[in-house]
Design a protein around this ligand. Structure first.
Ligand code: MRU
Length: 343
């Protein structure tokens, strides 16, 4: 299995996802500002992978701090973590990982060099835990997938979007690992084409049957009876079970309900934001107009046309059949049942 993001010899190495599927290029960063830039530019993307990259960016920033004492170190570290936190606003895993790094800084009472080592260890823990959590999620979620069924997915919630194994694609892998025959239909996912470029790439590498469709084909495929269930990932889940995920997820959920097809969300507990009551308060990232007016560097719309480019939408909890987590499968009423995951 390829590595999405990794800590190696005091630097952060990541697979440049902007170049996939054409080129497999790993980039090595030894300055935390480069890591922040890579997150913004989608070299690394997907909520859990963003969290891991940000934690490693914080560790990298910590290594570069020259401080006489803990007080000065803490002040400098705040600047590093603030830059990391400014990269992408919707994925809560980013803030969750940065908070973990800040907690390590705040609770440390030894020397500065010891704290730097501790921060590197914490970033590596966040990475390793993510893979374990995804495998647990895959085992729970795999049971929901019937043998000989076809799963529709949107965007890329696979190994590329995490430290490894994936969330939505982790559920597919869980079913396959359990011996089931599963096919995947992948929405291409305009405007950035994570489905076409990334989901198709990683599933084909794994030998999992994958059929690429354009976003506007999903309804037709459902009506033809070609889809048995939908599994997607999430960038943030509110306390009431509303789910923010890649733009277009809401449309797929509405279609799934209209065709009486189960709509599952696979996400770790670190994607749940209990401080946010409903999806209405989830900040939605607006990205550059160029993502809409260009495809692969080629202009497809008139210069100067007005555009909108929200990167995410919110699917109301009432359209979600179940949320698959590492703590088990959660169903409605979500408000009550999500809370039980955090005793
Ligand atoms: O803009 P992206 O590519 O970071 O968006 C990714 C998604 O929307 C994923 O579905 C989500 O982060 C879950 S990844 C396990």
């Amino acid at each position: 299995m390829f590595k999405t993001v990794e800590w190696k010899n005091n630097s952060v190495v990541m697979l440049d996802q902007t170049l996939l599927p054409g080129k497999v290029v790993y980039r090595k960063f030894s300055d935390y500002r480069q890591v922040a830039d890579a997150i913004k530019k989608l070299l690394v993307r997907g909520a859990p992978a963003i969290g891991v990259a940000a934690a490693m960016g914080c560790a990298l920033g910590a290594l570069g701090i020259k401080a006489a004492g803990l007080g000065e170190f803490r002040r400098e570290f705040k600047k590093v973590s603030a830059l990391m936190a400014s990269t992408r606003p919707t994925a809560i895993n980013l803030f969750w990982a940065i908070e973990r790094m800040n907690r390590a800084v705040d609770s440390h009472c030894g020397g500065v060099e010891g704290l730097k080592k501790r921060l590197i260890a914490e970033a590596k823990n966040i990475h390793d835990e993510d893979i374990k959590v995804n495998r647990r999620m895959g085992a729970y979620g795999g049971r929901l997938i019937k043998n000989n069924s076809t799963v529709l997915t949107h965007c890329n919630a696979g190994a590329l979007a995490t430290a490894g194994y994936g969330t939505a694609l982790g559920v597919v892998r869980g079913a396959v690992d359990a011996g089931k025959n599963v096919r995947v239909f992948a929405d291409e996912t305009r405007p950035v084409l994570q489905g076409a470029r990334l989901t198709a790439w990683e599933l084909m590498r794994d030998g999992i049957d994958c059929t690429l469709i354009t976003d506007n084909m999903a309804g037709y495929m459902m009506k033809k009876g070609l889809i048995d269930c939908v599994v997607v990932g999430a960038d943030r889940i509110a306390a009431n079970g509303d789910v923010a995920n890649k733009i277009g997820t809401y449309s797929v959920a509405v279609l799934a309900r209209a065709h009486k097809i189960p709509f599952y969300v696979a996400a770790p507990k670190s994607t749940m934001d209990l401080r946010i009551k409903s999806g209405d308060s989830i900040p939605i990232e607006e990205r550059s107009a160029d993502e809409v007016t260009f495809i692969g560097g080629v202009r497809i719309a008139p210069d100067g046309v007005k555009t909108k480019n929200p990167a995410f939408d919110v699917t109301p909890a009432r359209l979600v059949s179940a949320i698959i987590t590492e703590g088990g499968v959660v169903r409605a009423p979500y408000g009550r049942n999500i809370k039980k995951l955090f005793p």
